[in-house]
Design a binder for this molecule. Structure first.
Ligand SMILES: [Ca+2]
Ligand SMILES: [Ca+2]
Length: 671
């Protein structure tokens, strides 16, 4: 008992700096965002309300609230259950277990016969080092365990050392159930499915008639004779098989229209040489910023097109084609030409910069300088390329790649963590690599022996760190952009299993990955290592979307109601939102939805006036859209519905393609 008390106190001390901005500052309370998303608390942090002993009406004195945790304090405490029953639900719970300790969380528990484990499957909760059971914490006892760590060949263990809080995230639903231990996916299963039934038949539960059969039942916390504490017990239930709808604060009535409905892309055919459909992948939409009002669209395969910023534009010019140098494969579709930006003095120096994966070496990314030709403003000089920087990646996914010049005139680049799942090399937190970082370089000067200079006020200039690093702890920033008014750097970081996040990147900041995913614990890093982490300004869970595509802060003129709002979308669910953020008070004022027919948006972009565009992958080349005001006249209702109808038929055309991508993406997310 002394041991756990000491551990608890220690944990609380180290937790003081734990959740600075997102409204998770108070243990056992729900944030506004959580309430909107349908979460309810199963423990108020002060009383044992909502819990009673199994087959009893009251709760024994063996369970008490200690330092904000529901704690099993003495012998004979007994198993406790919720006063309510649950069928399909999502549950989050923190536990803190004593040395050698053992407990468990059961669901679907019935009180008709035998002890709770006769009906309720048990998620093990125990000390993974000194616990006596070889089936470790987070395993579904006798049934499901996590996969092996590809590095060690041993079963993954994402639990933290004794005395520290661990977080279990559990979804029980008819379609698919899953468990995440400190954010790391442990197992998925279909209760009552063939695999489940096989496993049950081979387990010690085979003869128990009601095991795993309840559907609707109680949650149970097991008393295994050891000290254990629980807190932040939160649950939300599924209604008719689905979770509550997106927590939004309203709708922005913005209309979405094809930006270049008539354009013929120079040298692009829907069908390639082998007769296969070759979808157009417009991965960057930008502009040269030289007052010519042209739009530049880079394709992931390596072609950069330029065209007049006009709905009537009927053709593009191939500005530059580096596809012979770029590696892009449909089955490894996170590689290719990924970033493109024009020098702030482009009008004078004709320089622009690209980030791409090269063909000659696997998973190698480069940042290169290119130049416009001297003769033709619609052509780049194909003979000129100056490779400034190279970054080797161990895997094909998580390349990041956004390039952007800051108000300070330096070039910023977001680089992914190197790929695979769970950041296996810990690149996000490792300072000797550019993987998992936002970097900043001065392309207008050169340090000795280098193609660029390190800005003298870059934050990590000691010998152990790569001096290019500006901020760290990123997984796969998929699009970042400077707010033209405030200069803030907005970066959307794609999550792994549970959370998608939006960050405002500050110099020297640690944005958490892979110690945290969003504002939540990830993996078994020690609590001490959390002290300097910066939480996202906003996050959303995987019921709302599964892969964020960041946009930019709207500063255009056409849609006043979006002024100052950060535009972003989810690639998988196709939802689009506008986030209103109060910088002064570091607070979200509102998150608004922008109605759209489920676009798998791969990128956002701006024209010279700051008007908003986005792109989707299409087989017919018409995947670039712009946002326009939705005027309040009768006519406009017609126009808007026509637009949406047009957009919807467009959807049908690339649906097939999208499904392939979703499949790839889901495979990626499973890692
Ligand atoms: Ca147990
Ligand atoms: Ca983060």
């Amino acid at each position: 008992m002394i041991i756990i008390k000491k551990a608890l106190v220690l944990s609380f001390i180290t937790l003081l700096g734990f959740f600075p901005t997102l409204g998770f500052s108070q243990e056992n309370t729900l944030s506004e965002a959580e309430k909107k998303a349908g979460w309810k608390s199963l423990f108020d942090g002060k009383t044992t309300k909502g819990w009673r002993n199994y087959k009893k009406e009251e709760i024994s004195k063996g369970w008490q609230v200690k330092e904000g945790a529901l704690t099993r304090v003495e012998k004979g405490a007994g198993d406790i259950v919720t006063t309510e029953t649950f069928e399909e639900f999502e549950l989050i719970l923190d536990y803190n277990i004593s040395k050698g300790g053992n407990s468990g969380l059961m669901f679907g528990v019935l009180e008709q016969n035998g002890p709770p484990w006769h009906s309720g499957p048990e998620i093990q909760i125990q000390d993974n080092v000194d616990g006596h059971d070889p089936q470790k914490s987070g395993w579904l006892y006798q049934l499901y365990q996590p996969i092996n760590d590809p590095k060690t060949g041993k079963t993954i263990d994402a639990t933290k050392p004794i005395g520290q809080w661990n977080q279990i995230h559990l979804i029980i639903s008819k379609n698919k159930s899953e468990l995440n231990m400190n954010g790391v996916r442990y197992w998925t299963c279909k209760i009552g499915g063939t695999d489940w039934n096989d496993k049950v038949a081979k387990s010690k539960f085979a003869k128990l008639e009601m095991f795993g059969k309840a559907g609707k039942g109680l949650l149970c916390l097991q008393d295994h004779g050891d000290m254990v504490a629980y807190r932040n017990i939160k649950i939300r239930t599924l209604k008719d098989g689905v979770f509550p709808t997106s927590p939004v604060d309203g709708v922005k009535k913005v209309s979405i229209e094809p930006a270049f409905p008539n354009v013929k892309w120079h040298n692009w055919n829907e069908v390639d040489d082998k007769g296969k459909i070759a979808p157009l992948r417009p991965i960057v939409i930008t502009n040269p910023g030289d007052g010519t009002n042209r739009i530049v669209v880079a394709m992931q395969q390596g072609q950069i097109h330029i065209l007049a910023n006009n709905t009537k534009a009927d053709k593009s010019t191939l500005f530059l084609d580096i596809s012979s140098k770029v590696r892009y494969e449909d089955k490894e579709n996170e590689e290719g030409l990924l970033g493109l930006t024009f020098h702030p003095d482009y009008k004078k120096n004709g320089e622009f910069y690209a980030y791409y994966t090269v063909k000659h070496t696997p998973h190698l990314c480069v940042i290169s300088r290119f130049k416009v030709s001297k003769e033709d403003p619609n052509k780049a000089d194909p003979a000129f390329e100056d490779v400034l920087l190279q970054v080797e990646h161990p895997f094909w996914n998580h390349k990041g790649g956004t390039l952007a010049f800051g108000p300070d005139g330096y070039l910023y680049c977001a680089i992914g963590d190197g790929g695979d799942g769970n950041d296996p090399y810990n690149n996000g937190q490792k300072m000797g690599t550019l993987l998992g970082k936002v970097i900043r370089i001065d392309v207008n000067k050169r340090d000795t022996g280098m193609k660029y200079a390190i800005p003298s006020d870059n934050p990590f200039l000691d010998k152990k760190a790569s001096p290019e690093i500006y901020a760290y702890g990123f997984r796969n920033v998929w699009r970042m952009a400077f707010d033209k008014k405030t200069g803030n750097l907005w970066a959307a970081d794609v999550g792994q299993n549970l959370w998608e996040e939006i960050n405002i990147v500050k110099k020297g900041g640690n944005y958490g990955w892979s110690l945290r995913e969003g504002a939540h614990p990830f993996g078994n890093g020690s609590a001490q290592s959390y002290s300097n982490l910066i939480d996202p300004v906003f996050e959303y869970d995987h019921q709302m979307g599964k892969s964020i595509t960041g946009g930019f802060v709207y500063r255009g003129k056409k849609i006043p109601e979006l002024e100052g709002h950060y535009l972003y979308a989810d690639y998988v669910t196709g939802k689009i939102w506008a986030l209103n953020f109060d910088h002064k008070n570091n607070k979200v004022l509102g998150n608004f939805s922008i109605p759209s027919p489920m676009f798998p948006i791969i990128t956002f972009g701006e024209d010279e006036e700051g008007e908003a565009y986005f792109a989707v992958v299409t087989a017919n080349g018409k995947g670039i859209y712009k946002l326009l005001p939705n005027a309040n006249t009768n006519n406009s209702t017609n126009t808007a519905s026509k637009t949406v109808a047009a957009v919807s038929s467009e959807q049908v055309e690339f649906k097939k393609d999208h499904l392939v991508r979703i499949k790839n993406l889901i495979q990626k997310l499973k890692k």
